[in-house]
Design a protein around this ligand. Structure first.
Ligand code: ACM
Length: 532
């Protein structure tokens, strides 16, 4: 005798008040995949699906029960918990549940009897997507949100601006997208490569596109954290509005959107004009990314990374600014710039988050740090009482090659295999318990210099993002004790789900022929420092 529960045409769905987002998702996604109407029912229909809030469970926690006589019950500590429970229900139903339409209509959708009690280790389980270096059209971002939801990841850090492109419509500064959203050509491969893609590259999200993205994410209990990267990584903005640059030493009218990679010397000028300009940008950003959209929506990322100080050292105007403000040096000038936006955001009920360089020169109390240059910035920030997101490049930069072989497409950075990512530990052992509580969570960063389209992004993200998701969600043992064999066994089932989702992951045996990029230079493994 088989022991379990079948879902079929007669299965009803009942959702308690507060669980409607999961009700909608179950009908639209699971229902569509399996051809199940999931008609509205009542709480006591035998064999039905029930969604319930239960305040004895914690934030994002859920309990999933499958009982033959009663049906499926998902209890969540909050609406997000119910949603994550529904993701687990989909996993239990097999790979066809990850398609968009039924391929085997009428097939029995069997579930085993079970109880799953589950809760996340970290509240911030993030992915950074760099849509500046290579633009990902809106559909791709919505698909990314679906892939994140399937992996119980809940923060999409959207890197919207950089030297190579400005991707968000700002109504009061239209040239940011008219000029800044496209470049004439693109370096193909690592910056040392001699090759160019001579096709213009560009694109941007309209304000309504971003409202749609934020709403689509919120419906999936995902926060979209926008990043406007200042005062470095700003050549696209300066190309659009030359007055933003250090005009006393550079002819900024001659700058165009950057077509190659690396750290760019053209940074914002520390003037009142620049401050007012970016306050205007952030005013529109705050409208597009409202603080109450999802759990971490108060945060606005202001970048702050890799801002070379050469132009400020050379610029009489910047030096006069340093003197006028009574600052010690150019590092203090950057700190002043960051603090300006920290107070500006705080006055509007928002929280600043930035790359760990923002710690240099002292950081305002409410600000949080994305620790990317290893753990050190995160440790220093947590010790100083700041919240931290751990995303060290040595561990979770998914642009880095995932195997040492020559076949990897445009390989850059460290070799970081699926196993390496599975052994990533977000909380460094040097933190005390109180300090460790400042680690909001972890984030995998997907920089796209060498990822020209969605298939390349898929390849770099998967399967490693599945390992990352487990690290961010589960209470795993210390890295050396993690059961990699068990993870890989479970990955076998997961590859079938990724196939059903249409994800162009890296197969365990290496890239498929069309996933290679022969002849396009990456960065040799034995070359100078491993940075991109
Ligand atoms: C970074 O990778 N520059 C944050």
């Amino acid at each position: 005798m088989r022991c379990g529960l079948d879902l079929d045409d007669s299965t009803t769905l009942w959702a308690a008040p507060g669980t409607e987002s999961t009700e909608r998702w179950l009908r639209a996604t699971l229902g569509a995949a399996l051809g199940l109407p999931l008609r509205p029912g009542a709480p006591d229909v035998p064999g039905g699906v029930r969604l319930v809030l239960d305040d004895t469970l914690g934030a994002e926690a859920y309990r999933l029960d499958v009982v033959a006589t009663r049906g499926v019950e998902i209890r969540g500590g909050d609406p997000a918990g119910v949603f994550w429970g529904a993701q687990t229900l989909r996993q239990l139903l097999g790979p066809d549940a990850f398609r968009r339409a039924p391929v085997r209509p009428g097939t029995r959708q069997g579930l085993p009897h079970l109880r799953v009690e589950d809760a996340p280790r970290f509240p911030w389980r993030g992915v950074l997507l760099d849509v500046a270096r290579h633009f990902l059209p809106k559909d791709g971002v919505l698909r990314q949100l679906d892939l994140m939801a399937a992996h119980k990841l809940n923060v999409l850090h959207l890197h919207l601006t950089d030297d190579q492109g400005w991707r968000v419509e700002i109504r009061r500064h239209p040239r940011l997208t008219e000029v800044g959203s496209w470049r004439a050509r693109t370096k193909l491969g690592h910056r040392a490569s001699p090759l160019w893609d001579e096709r213009p590259h560009g694109g941007f999200y309209t304000q309504d596109d971003l409202r749609e993205i934020v709403a689509y994410a919120a419906e999936r209990h995902i926060t979209v954290v926008p990043e406007i990267d200042v005062p470095g990584h700003s050549q696209a903005a300066i190309a659009a509005y030359p007055e933003l640059g250090n005009t006393d030493i550079v002819d900024t009218t001659a700058l165009s959107v950057w077509d190659t990679w690396g750290v760019n010397p053209n940074v914002l000028a520390p003037t009142d004009t620049t401050l007012r300009f970016f306050e205007g940008v952030f005013e529109e950003i705050l409208e597009l990314f409202p603080a109450d959209a999802a759990r971490f929506s108060a945060f606005v990322h202001i970048g702050g990374d890799e801002c070379p100080k050469d132009q400020w050292r050379a610029s009489p105007a910047a030096q006069a600014r340093i003197a006028e403000l009574g600052l010690a040096d150019e590092d203090a000038l950057q700190s002043w710039f960051v603090r300006h936006f920290d107070s500006w955001l705080a006055a509007r009920g928002r929280r600043l988050i930035g790359w760990d360089e923002i710690l240099e020169g002292g950081l305002a109390p409410g600000a949080a740090v994305s620790s990317w240059r290893g753990y050190a910035g995160g440790i220093a920030a947590a010790r100083a009482g700041h919240d931290v997101v751990m995303c060290p490049e040595q561990q979770v930069y998914l642009d880095h090659r995932q195997a040492p072989g020559e076949d990897e497409p445009v390989p850059i950075g460290y070799v970081r295999t699926l196993e390496d990512v599975y052994r990533f530990e977000p909380v460094p052992p040097d933190l005390t318990g109180d300090q460790a509580r400042h680690v909001l969570g972890a984030q995998a960063n997907v920089w796209t210099e060498v990822m020209e389209d969605q298939a390349r992004v898929d390849y770099q993200q998967f399967p490693r993002l599945a390992a990352f998701a487990e690290v961010a969600w589960s209470d795993l043992p210390a890295p050396a004790e993690r059961d990699v064999a068990d993870f890989e066994r479970r990955m076998t089932a997961h590859y079938a789900r990724l196939d059903a989702l249409g994800v162009a992951y890296r197969p365990p045996a290496g890239p498929r022929p069309w996933q290679r990029r022969p002849g396009i230079l990456g960065r040799p493994l034995d070359g100078p420092p491993p940075h991109r």
